[in-house]
Design a binder for this molecule. Structure first.
Ligand SMILES: *Cc1c(COP(=O)(O)O)cnc(C)c1O
Length: 456
C-alpha cells in the first residue's frame, strides 16, 4: 500500500503520461483515478486497501477468478521454454496446436478449426476478411454487406467498431466503413412499446428479413450478432427472437457469425451460447474468458463449411497477427480450460450458481427504482427508473447509471452502468455466499441512489 505522497505522485504521473482507453482523460486527471493493486478470488483491492467484489469479472473475462497459481505456473513454464514463436513460417508451437484441438473439441460438432488472434476486435476483423474471401472463392463476389445490429458491441478496431452498433463510437473516426448496415436490436424494455416481449422479439427479428430483401440476398455476406448483447446493457432477447432469426437465415444463403467473446467459455452454463440458443454458426468469435483474461488472446472458430472453401479451395489466406496463437497466452488459455473442465465450472454454472444468481437478482425488481431485472447464465442487468408503473427514466437521461455506479463502488461492489442500465457479469466461480453479498450491496446501492434522487 502507498502512503499519501506516493499516491499523489502516482496520480500526477498517470495524468501526465497515460492516455487511457474509453475515458474522458481530462476528467480522470481532475477527479483522480483508482489504482487496482491486487486481486484474489472474486475480489479486487485498490491501493488504499479497499476491497471490492468484482461483479464484472474485470471486463467480462476473469471467469475462473483471480489468483490461480496454476495459470501463473503455465505461463512461467512456457516463458522459460519458448516465450515466443510465430505461426507464419510453416511453423507452429505446442500450445497453439493443443489449444486449437481443445477448442475444436468443445465447440459445436460442425466447427473444427481455430484461427488465433490477440483480441476479440482482431477476431472480428478476421471474420470480416474471411467472410468476403469465402464469397469470392465461391464466385459470388457481390456478397459483401454485413448486417449487424444497433447497440451491438464487436470491438474497437476499424472493422470491429463498424460492425458494432454504438453511435458514440461511430461518430469518432467516420465509422462505420462501407459495407456494414445495422438493423433493430431486440431490446424490449426500451423499445418494445405496447408489444408483448414475444411479439416484439418477432418484430425485431423480422428487421433482418426486411434488410435482406431491401439490399438483395446477392449482396449480403453475413449476419453478425452477440447471443445476448453485453456492453449494450445485458440485453437478453425475448424467447421468440432467435428462433425467428434462425427461420429467416434458413431461407437465405447468408453466413451467421456469432460473437461469443462474452458468452463463450461457460457464461451461459454451456461452453458456448450457440448451444444454449441452439444456433448453428458458421463462425464464432472468441476472446475474454478463453484465458480468463490472464493474458490477451482471441480467435475465430471456423465451421467445416467455411474451412472447406477458405482453406480447401483458397490457397494462401493473407491475414494474421504477430501474436496469433502466442505460445504463452495459448498455454495459459489451455490450462484455464483444463481447470474449468477438471473443476466442473461450466456444469456448476448451469446447475447451481446461475439459477441461484438469477433467482436472487430477480428480487431487485421489487425495488422502487428498478423497472426490470433480467439476465441469463452469469450475466444480469437492471433498468433504473423514476416510476416503475410507467418506467419513466430518472432525469437527466443516462446520469443515474453513473450515480449508481459511484454508490456501488462506495459500497464495495463493481457494477457497470450502460446508460440507465446497471449490469453484472461476475466470475463463474463465485460462491452462493458471495452472490448474497453482491445482492445485499446492490440493494444498498439502489437505496442510496433512490435517496440521492429523493425517490424514497
Ligand atoms: C469485448 C468484446 C469484443 C472485443 O474484444 P477485445 O478483446 O476488447 O478486442 C468483441 N465482441 C464482444 C461481444 C465483446 O464483448
Amino acid at each position: 500500500m502507498q502512503n499519501n505522497n506516493q499516491q499523489n505522485a502516482f496520480q500526477l504521473k498517470n495524468n501526465a503520461h497515460h492516455f487511457q482507453p474509453f475515458s474522458d482523460n481530462k476528467e480522470l486527471a481532475e477527479k483522480g483515478i483508482k489504482l487496482i493493486s491486487k486481486a484474489e478470488g472474486v475480489y479486487i483491492y485498490d491501493d488504499k486497501g479497499n476491497k471490492l467484489l468484482d461483479g464484472m469479472a474485470g471486463l467480462w473475462c476473469v471467469n475462473i477468478g483471480y489468483g490461480r497459481q496454476e495459470l501463473v505456473e503455465a505461463a512461467t513454464q512456457q516463458m522459460s521454454e519458448l516465450p515466443y514463436y510465430n505461426l507464419f513460417f510453416k511453423t507452429t508451437t505446442a500450445p497453439a496446436t493443443e489449444l486449437a484441438a481443445k477448442i475444436a473439441q468443445l465447440a459445436p460438432a460442425h466447427m473444427n478449426k481455430v484461427f488465433f488472434t490477440g483480441s476479440g476486435s482482431e477476431a472480428n476483423d478476421t471474420n470480416f476478411r474471411m467472410v468476403r474471401r469465402y464469397w469470392d472463392l465461391k464466385g459470388q463476389s457481390s456478397k459483401k454487406v454485413f448486417i449487424s445490429r444497433k447497440n451491438a458491441y464487436h470491438g474497437s478496431t476499424v472493422a470491429a467498431a463498424s460492425l458494432g452498433g454504438m453511435g458514440y463510437m461511430h461518430e469518432q473516426g467516420d465509422l462505420p466503413i462501407e459495407g456494414i448496415t445495422h438493423i433493430d436490436q431486440p431490446y424490449w424494455f426500451a423499445e418494445g412499446g405496447d408489444l408483448s416481449p414475444e411479439e416484439f422479439g418477432i418484430k425485431a427479428a423480422q428487421s433482418l428479413e426486411s434488410k435482406i430483401l431491401e439490399l438483395g440476398e446477392e449482396n449480403i455476406a453475413a449476419f453478425i450478432a452477440e447471443p445476448f448483447q453485453g456492453a449494450g446493457g445485458v440485453i437478453t432477447p425475448p424467447d421468440s427472437y432467435w428462433p425467428e432469426i434462425k427461420k429467416i437465415l434458413a431461407k437465405y444463403d447468408i453466413l451467421l457469425i456469432v460473437d461469443e467473446v462474452i458468452s463463450g467459455f461457460g457464461r451461459t452454463g454451456e461452453w458456448f451460447a450457440s448451444e444454449y440458443f441452439d444456433l448453428k454458426p458458421d463462425l464464432i468469435t472468441i476472446a475474454k474468458g478463453m484465458s480468463s483474461g490472464y493474458l490477451p488472446i482471441g480467435g475465430v472458430i471456423v465451421s467445416d463449411k467455411v474451412a472447406d472453401v477458405v482453406i480447401g479451395q483458397g490457397g494462401d489466406f493473407n491475414h494474421g497477427y504477430t501474436y496469433s496463437g502466442h505460445p504463452v497466452a495459448a498455454a495459459v488459455a489451455l490450462k484455464n480450460i483444463e481447470l474449468m473442465e477438471s473443476e466442473g465450472v461450466v456444469e456448476r454454472v448451469k446447475n447451481e450458481i446461475s439459477p441461484y444468481l438469477q433467482k436472487r437478482w430477480r428480487e431487485l425488481a421489487e425495488h422502487p427504482i428498478v423497472g426490470e431485472a433480467r439476465g441469463l447464465g452469469m450475466v444480469a442487468g437492471i433498468e433504473l427508473v423514476k416510476d416503475k408503473n410507467t418506467n419513466e427514466r430518472i432525469a437527466p437521461k443516462s446520469a443515474a447509471g453513473g450515480v449508481c455506479r459511484d454508490f456501488s463502488i462506495a459500497n464495495g461492489l463493481i457494477m457497470r452502468p450502460c446508460g440507465d442500465t446497471m449490469i453484472i457479469s461476475p466470475p463463474l466461480v463465485i460462491s452462493k455466499q458471495e452472490v448474497d453479498e453482491l445482492i445485499n450491496k446492490a440493494l444498498k446501492t439502489l437505496d442510496d441512489t433512490a435517496k440521492f434522487y429523493n425517490l424514497i
